[in-house]
Design a protein around this ligand. Structure first.
Ligand SMILES: C[S@@+](CC[C@H](N)C(=O)[O-])C[C@H]1O[C@@H](n2cnc3c(N)ncnc32)[C@H](O)[C@@H]1O
Length: 388
């Protein structure tokens, strides 16, 4: 299979990965702890969520009363429109319902709403969801789902991975609050980074299992021969859990955690006691202190745990710094990638050096001379202390 077809096939599968209940609970709890009224009288839209599979719908429905929600709307995407076909079968919930329509079940999206205690059992919960078919397939970009977005105060979901950027723009163009799941590398994206830099959006309060999310994937994808280890992919209670690295929450709702300053060390102590750092500096750059980039005035700090507390100038740090970013402590200056690197003012890598580098796709990257060899560190965000 050609590279791009392989990537498309992978994206199509990833688009059908579902989020675990406890991961949602852990993240949402932080917002509630910070502000118990954060969802009070709010309309919440979950635009990629069929309650049959989505724990987002289950979670918000079960907490409807506790959060004081005004309305919960959850829409699903039609099986026929999905890029990955996992052999759609309507559920008993649908076929046993008088509204079941054979001609619509695979072709149309569905809308589920929750506003009242329909069953009369004294509480509003998942049993009270009311549903109907949408006119179209439930694409979040369709006019009817867009109308629901406009009605909503907050959009929450794990959107299709392949459409993350489009999804984020879709939420922001309507000026909505949101809590959504995406890949950490998206921070470095041309459209996303300026928003992060201006503190208009930020990472969520939790980061799954140190950044690795175990999603519930279509069961037929499980192949014990091909899976690298039990730790990365396993079956439990009939479900297939698949580990995906570098997954984070993105939001523009306050959760408080981001205001906790990152613990720093003096440069001297870092270089004396942080053995991983010392080894890294030696192996990568042949130096025994933070090196400076050859084409930009900043030092390279290859570990977030090794950011010095007293360096007054600019510092390049790995993108995972965003997990610890406290806007009161640091200013984000820019990022050293592609056109954003050019905007930051990186001098282009001289041609003869660039030609010697593997994957020389962009000359607007940082490089460091390690002896006679040029080394390009992986994506770096440039930061500066605010208070020194
Ligand atoms: C990554 S899954 C996550 C599902 C659910 N939100 C969760 O976290 O458990 C993304 C979902 O969006 C659906 N989807 C794909 N393309 C879509 C689109 N254009 N509009 C709406 N939903 C879409 C997929 O079929 C899938 O159900």
């Amino acid at each position: 299979m050609a590279q791009s077809n392989l990537a498309d096939a992978k994206n199509a599968k990833n688009d059908e990965f579902y989020t675990q209940y406890h991961d949602i609970e852990k993240e949402i709890n932080s917002y509630i702890e910070y502000d118990p009224d954060v969802f009070k009288d709010k309309v919440i839209l979950l635009p990629c969520d069929d309650p049959e599979w989505s724990n987002f719908t289950k979670y918000f429905a079960q907490n409807f009363d506790r959060f004081g929600l005004k309305k919960l709307i959850s829409t699903s995407y039609a099986a026929k429109s999905k890029k990955y076909d996992s052999g759609y079968q309507p559920t008993l919930f649908e076929t046993d319902d008088p509204r079941f329509d054979k001609s619509k079940t695979a072709k149309n999206g569905k809308i589920f709403t929750l506003t009242r205690d329909k069953t009369g059992d004294g509480k509003v919960d998942v049993e009270d969801l009311e549903w109907s078919y949408l006119k179209g397939d439930g694409d979040f970009r369709s006019e009817e789902v867009e109308k629901l977005r406009d009605e909503a105060d907050i959009v929450v979901t794990n959107p299709p991975f392949s459409l993350f950027r489009e999804f984020l723009s879709w939420v922001l163009e309507a000026d909505k609050k949101f809590i959504i799941i995406g890949n950490l590398n998206t921070v470095a994206n041309r459209e996303v980074f300026p928003l992060v830099k201006k503190n208009l959006i930020w990472l969520g309060a939790t980061c799954f299992n140190s950044g690795a999310a175990y999603f519930i994937a279509p069961k037929e994808l499980y192949d014990s021969q091909k899976m690298s280890s039990e730790k990365n992919a396993y079956l439990k209670d009939g479900k297939f859990y698949w580990r995906v690295n570098g997954i984070r929450w993105y939001t523009n709702i306050e959760h408080g955690v981001r205001h906790h300053p990152l613990k720093l060390m003096s440069e001297k102590d870092n270089l004396r006691f942080n053995t991983t750092l010392v080894r890294k500096l030696k192996e990568k750059y042949e130096v025994d202190r933070y090196p400076k980039y050859s084409n930009y005035d900043a030092i390279d700090v290859p570990l977030v745990s090794a950011i010095p507390d007293d360096y007054k100038g600019e510092m390049g740090v790995p993108v995972s710094f965003m997990d610890k970013y406290c806007p009161e402590q640091f200013e984000i200056i820019g990022i050293g990638i592609g056109s954003l690197g050019k905007e930051l003012g990186i001098s282009p890598i001289p041609k003869e050096i660039d030609d010697s580098l593997p994957g020389h796709s962009s000359v607007w990257r940082f490089y460091i001379m390690a002896g006679k060899t040029a080394v390009v560190p992986y994506s770096r965000i440039i930061i500066k202390h605010k208070d020194i």
